[in-house]
Design a protein around this ligand. Sequence first.
Ligand code: SAM
Length: 273
Amino acid sequence: MARTDNESSDYDLIVSLVHERSRIRLHDGKQALIRARLGKRMRALGFATFHEYCQHLRAGADEQERIRVVDALTTNFTSFLREQDHFEFLVQKALPSILPTRPGPFRIWSAACATGEEPYTMAFYLADWFPPAAGWDWQILATDISTRALETAAAGIYPESRLTAVPKEWQRRYFQMGRGDWAGQYRIKQSISQRVEFRGLNLLDHQPFTHSFEVIFCRNVMIYFDRATQSQLLRQLRAHLLPKGFLFTGHSESLNGMSSALRCLQPSIYQST
Ligand SMILES: C[S@@+](CC[C@H](N)C(=O)[O-])C[C@H]1O[C@@H](n2cnc3c(N)ncnc32)[C@H](O)[C@@H]1O
């Protein structure tokens, strides 16, 4: 069915708002997704049509609502132990190759952490391989542009269905099982959550860190950016890596030819030179 002029310019408005803030390009064919994700907001605010809602956004006064639009449309898919080989490489090869043998502090950044499964998975591995009780003092900084995703991440409560990939032993050791009204919900234990700090951050903004990281995970987000934005982001990530530090990208994200300052060890795993 042909779209009216209003509809076209409404979708264009949303597409350019999301692109301007996140560099995610919602291609043609995403209209149904846009309607589904924004429909609930539209109704909650009492707008009868999508066009009215867009007129409200166009007026520009409601910055919170514009943030919500970006939130609703940036895909937050993630899972515990996603691309598991990265975590194994992290604890078995990467960290042992750069950390001193005497236990001490180190830092990891989970850039684009979504609802928290990635940084918590890191923390489970680190707790086993670099136990704080032995003197290892690691911290994970986990950031994302989506405030909605970060709320879930910081709460650290997940339904049982999200834990299928988590070994039973880790479920017992690192989660508290809900009872009564909370039955079927699992909460990350404090021994883990106290080592993960969540913060809102747009990867395309200046990154205000005063320190560098031994390891950065920036997985399954660059795929949404155009090549020029990817290059710019890579320069920033590299600037926040310690010498010999490691960068992990998503399995389907290749940085081939994009940075001479990062050596490719295997697809999706890079080391700063
Ligand atoms: C598909 S999830 C990836 C989650 C996790 N890294 C993983 O691999 O499972 C992509 C995340 O990138 C975030 N994101 C998109 N654009 C961003 C930006 N410009 N700055 C920071 N985060 C962004 C989204 O909010 C979403 O949570």
